[in-house]
Write a protein that binds this ligand. Structure first.
Ligand SMILES: O=c1cc(-c2ccc(O)cc2)oc2cc(O[C@@H]3O[C@H](CO)[C@@H](O)[C@H](O)[C@H]3O)cc(O)c12
Ligand SMILES: O=c1ccn([C@@H]2O[C@H](COP(=O)(O)OP(=O)(O)O)[C@@H](O)[C@H]2O)c(=O)[nH]1
Length: 533
C-alpha cells in the first residue's frame, strides 16, 4: 500500500549535507531519492549562497523548499553572499570548514531537537567536518564518495603513507595497489603529485583519510561489478556500500519519461538534439570537457583540426570561460564554426543525458569526469580519454585497463597530444575489430550498471542494507562488502518502518539553477594557470 510521505515516522530521518557544486549536489540528491523510496525521510542541507543563487534564478522552482519529496534547508558558510568564493578556493574551503560546523550544528539543534530526530548524517567529500558535528550530537555519519573507489584507495594509501608516491626528487615512482593495475605518474590523481597547487585540499583530505573511523559507512557512486577488486580490497578498511550509478533514471531504463532529480547550472542548447535526429545512427563524435576544465589554445586547435580531418559529424561542447583568459585558452580557432557548418555543431552547453542516449552518438571524447563517465557507461558508448586533472588521469586508466571500454590519447615526445593522435583514436574507436570489441564490452557494462541499480541488484541491496542499519532494521549486519562497525548509537536506533513511496510522474523534478553556481569554474587543470594559489 502506498502511504503519503507526511505519514512517515519523523524518527527515520536522514540529513544529507552537500558542498555547493553541481557534481556534488546531483549524486547526493539521487541518493536521497533512493533513500526516500526505501521509506526514509530525507532532507538536504546546502549553504545559503546556493539558496541565493536559486532565488536569483528566474525559473519556477527557484527557492523551492523541497524537491521531489526531499526537503531543502540552508546554513551559512561564514562568508557574505556577494563574496567571490572562486577568487581563492583554498580560503573558501578553510572558511567553510571553520563556520560550517558551527552553523550546521545550530541548524540541527534547532530543527531536529538537538539531533535526536536524525538517524544519520550523510556528507560528501568537501565537507568532511560533518562527521565531527555528527559525533558531537551523537548521530551516526556516512560519507557519500562521489568518485571511483579506486581514487579512494589511492588517497587512503597516499595520506596514510602505505605506498611510495612520486616526489620532486623521484617523480617517476610507480604505484601498485591491491585490485588496481600498476600506475605511473600519468595515471595518478593530480592532487597526490608534487606539482599539486591546492593546499587546502591536501589539508582537508589528509585529516579525512587519517580519521576514516569517523564515518560508519562509505557509500559510493560506483557499483560492485564495476570495481569489484578494489571494493573487495578496501572492505577491511571500512564499510563500503556501493550504491551507484547515481545518474538520472532516464539512463537506467529504456522507458521514456524517467524522472530525474538534480540541479542544472547552465542553460543547454537543446537544438543540438534536433540536429542529432538528422544524423545517421552511430555516426557522431561527441566532445566535452565538463564544467571546470578550460583547454589551452593549442589543445583547442588540435581537436578542431582532428575533427575537421575525420570528416565525421561531431558535437563539441565549448563552455565559455567566465573570465576569458588573455592567452586564448578555451577559445575555438578563428573561423572554425563557419568552416564546419555542414559537418558539426559547437554548443556552449548541451543536455548531456539526452545526447549520450541518442542513437546517433558513436563515441565520446571526454575529460573523464566521474559523472560523465558513469553517464557514458550507462549509455554503452565507448570513450576516448583526454584527462586533465584531479581524478581524471586515474579514471582514464580505468577506461583503458580495467573497464576496457575505450582508448586514451597518447602524448608525443614533446608532451603534446597532436591532432593526428586524436584523429587516429577516433578512427580506431569507430571502425574495425577493436571498435567492435570496445562496443561489445561497453554494452555489457551498460547492462551490468542497469542491473546493479535495478530492483534486487547489488546497489539496490547495498542501499537496503544501509537503510536497515541506520534504522536498526533486520538487515544482515555482516554486510556484503565489509562488516558494519557496529558503532551506530543505540539511542538512535528505531524499528524499521517500510513505506511504499508513490513515484511521481512528469518530466522530472529539478532545483533549477540556470546560472553559473559552480564555485570552481576558475580552477583549471595543470597547463592552465589556476586563479588561486
Ligand atoms: O568546487 C570545487 C572545488 C574544488 C577545490 C576546492 C579547493 C581546493 O583546494 C581544490 C579544489 O575542486 C573541485 C573539483 C571538482 O572536481 C570534479 O568533480 C567530479 C566529481 O567528484 C570529478 O569526477 C571530476 O573529474 C572533477 O573535475 C568539482 C568541483 O566542483 C570542485
Ligand atoms: O554540455 C554539458 C557538459 C556536461 N554536462 C553535465 O555536467 C556534469 C559534469 O560532471 P563531471 O563529473 O563529468 O565533470 P566536472 O564538470 O565536475 O569536471 C555531468 O553530469 C554532465 O552530464 C552537461 O549537462 N552538459
Amino acid at each position: 500500500m502506498a502511504l503519503p510521505l507526511v505519514d512517515m515516522p519523523e524518527e527515520n530521518h536522514v540529513l544529507l549535507v552537500s558542498f555547493s557544486s553541481q557534481g556534488h549536489i546531483n549524486p547526493m540528491l539521487r541518493l536521497g531519492k533512493r533513500l526516500l523510496s526505501k521509506g526514509l525521510h530525507v532532507t538536504l542541507a546546502l549553504t545559503e549562497v546556493t539558496r541565493d543563487r536559486m532565488l536569483k534564478s528566474s525559473t519556477e522552482s527557484a527557492g523551492a523548499s523541497s524537491v521531489s519529496g526531499i526537503g531543502v534547508v540552508f546554513f551559512s558558510d561564514g562568508l557574505s553572499l556577494d563574496y567571490d568564493r572562486k577568487a581563492n578556493l583554498d580560503f573558501y574551503i578553510e572558511t567553510l570548514g571553520k563556520y560550517g560546523p558551527v552553523n550546521l550544528s545550530a541548524l540541527i539543534r534547532d530543527r531536529y531537537h538537538g539531533g535526536k530526530k536524525l538517524v544519520c548524517l550523510i556528507a560528501n567529500p568537501f565537507v568532511p567536518w560533518v562527521a565531527d558535528v555528527a559525533s558531537e550530537l551523537g548521530i551516526p555519519c556516512a560519507l557519500l564518495w562521489i568518485q571511483p573507489y579506486a581514487i579512494f584507495a589511492i588517497y587512503d594509501s597516499f595520506y596514510n603513507k602505505r605506498n611510495r608516491f612520486p616526489t620532486v626528487d623521484d617523480p617517476d615512482v610507480r604505484v601498485h595497489l591491491p585490485g588496481l593495475p600498476l600506475m605511473t605518474t600519468q595515471d595518478l590523481p593530480s592532487f597526490v603529485l608534487p606539482t599539486n597547487p591546492f593546499n587546502a585540499f591536501m589539508k582537508l583530505f589528509s585529516g579525512f583519510f587519517q580519521h576514516l573511523e569517523k564515518f560508519q559507512w562509505v557509500l559510493g557512486n560506483s557499483f560492485h561489478e564495476l570495481e569489484r577488486d578494489v571494493v573487495d580490497s578496501l572492505s577491511e578498511l571500512c564499510s563500503l556500500r556501493p550504491v551507484g550509478p547515481l545518474v538520472p533514471m532516464a539512463l537506467l531504463s529504456d522507458e521514456q519519461g524517467g524522472q530525474d532529480v538534480g540541479v542544472e547550472m547552465w542553460k543547454s542548447e537543446d537544438s543540438c538534439i534536433e540536429w542529432l535526429d538528422r544524423q545517421a545512427p552511430r555516426s557522431v563524435v561527441y566532445v566535452s570537457f565538463g564544467s571546470i576544465v578550460v583547454l589551452p589554445a593549442k589543445q583547442m586547435e588540435s581537436i578542431a583540426v582532428a575533427l575537421k580531418n575525420t570528416k565525421r559529424p561531431f558535437l563539441w561542447v565549448v563552455k565559455p570561460p567566465e573570465k576569458p583568459p588573455a592567452d586564448g585558452a578555451g577559445e575555438l580557432p578563428l573561423g572554425f564554426t563557419d568552416e564546419v557548418t555542414d559537418q558539426g555543431r559547437v554548443v556552449t552547453w548541451c543536455p548531456q543525458i539526452k545526447v549520450l542516449s541518442h542513437p546517433a552518438i558513436a563515441c565520446f571524447v571526454t575529460h573523464c569526469g566521474w559523472n560523465s563517465m558513469l553517464e557514458t557507461i550507462c549509455s554503452g558508448i565507448p570513450m576516448i580519454a583526454y584527462p586533465q586533472w584531479s581524478d581524471q588521469p586515474t579514471n582514464a586508466k580505468l577506461i583503458t585497463d580495467v573497464f576496457k571500454i575505450g582508448l586514451r590519447l597518447n602524448k608525443d615526445e614533446g608532451g603534446t597530444i597532436t591532432s593526428d593522435e586524436i584523429e587516429r583514436c577516433i578512427e580506431e574507436v569507430m571502425v574495425g575489430a577493436r571498435a567492435e570489441e570496445l562496443r561489445k564490452t561497453a554494452d555489457e557494462l551498460k547492462r551490468a550498471a542497469r542491473e546493479a541499480a535495478g530492483p534486487g541488484g547489488s546497489s539496490d541491496r547495498a542501499i537496503q542494507q544501509f537503510v536497515d542499519e541506520v534504522t536498526g532494521g533486520d538487515g544482515d549486519d555482516s554486510g556484503e562488502y565489509g562488516a558494519s562497525k557496529g558503532n551506530c548509537h543505540e539511542d538512535q536506533i528505531h524499528d524499521e518502518k517500510k513505506v511504499d513511496v508513490e513515484e511521481e510522474g512528469g518530466e522530472g523534478d529539478r532545483l533549477s539553477l540556470h546560472m553559473v553556481m559552480d564555485d570552481a569554474t576558475e580552477v583549471g587543470p595543470p597547463g592552465r594557470t589556476p586563479s588561486i594559489d
